[in-house]
Design a protein around this ligand. Structure first.
Ligand code: DX5
Ligand code: ZN
Length: 217
């Protein structure tokens, strides 16, 4: 099944709870939550207290994308704050296997993210332990960037690797996705679609429904 994961990084933070509710009512299955530490990426976004406050606003999957150094230090905190799915960057973990294990031990879904330049071979051996791989289609850190074209081939290569191993793992794509290019990344193999600026600029409900229409067709 194809799912939409609107990224609240592009939300109006003064109306965050309301907007998360609106996304839920419009049918988006995930809430993509970008946590940035000013080290792994240049920006600082928000952390556990925001996630905790948003939790009563929606039962949808809280998809927490950790763009932080050594995220293994904070898995319990994000689990307690209300994450359903925690994604860590392969580049940010000295001991990726251990960090993935600690997410699973909390009973949560585990994702691993790859920056555009990181080869998929970096996660080959840990693949059977993860529920999702996040392919970054921009360099992480900011919303509103343009998709880097070679990442579409990377999605295709990852899909091939997953299928060859007989695994069932979701592929999420994040960065620069809009109504014009979403079909292309889905065709390459992505089934969880993150969209920030394309969902939040203009009418939230209308944009969400337009995405879902393409995702379901
Ligand atoms: C980028 C974040 C993305 C971002 C996507 O570092 O991980 O989730 O919010 O925003 P758009 O869809 O505007 O590229
Ligand atoms: Zn993200």
């Amino acid at each position: 099944m194809n799912c939409l994961a609107p990224s609240i990084l592009s939300a109006d933070f003064a109306r965050l709870g309301e907007q998360v509710q609106e996304l839920d009512e419009a049918g988006a299955q995930y809430v993509h939550i970008d946590v940035m530490d000013g080290m792994f990426v240049p920006s600082i976004s928000f952390g556990m207290p925001i996630i905790r406050s948003l939790r009563p606003c929606s039962d949808r999957i809280f998809d927490v994308h950790l763009m932080i150094e050594e995220p293994g230090r904070y898995i319990s905190d994000f689990a307690e704050a209300g994450a359903d799915l925690i994604t860590v960057h392969a580049e940010a973990c000295k001991h990726l296997d251990r960090t993935v294990e600690s997410i699973k031990e909390k009973g949560l879904l585990a994702g691993v993210a790859l920056n555009p330049a990181t080869p998929i071979s970096a996660i080959e051996y840990v693949l059977p332990k993860v529920d999702m791989v996040l392919i970054m289609s921009v360099n992480p850190g900011f919303g509103g960037q343009k998709l880097i074209p070679y990442t579409v081939q990377k999605i295709r290569d990852l899909k091939k690797m997953i299928d060859a191993k007989g695994l069932k793992i979701d592929i999420e794509v994040d960065g620069g996705i809009n109504l014009e290019n979403v079909a292309e990344v889905m065709d390459a193999g992505a089934n969880i679609i993150v969209a920030g600026s394309a969902v939040f600029s203009g009418d939230l409900t209308e944009n969400t429904q337009q995405f879902l229409h393409i995702l379901n067709s």
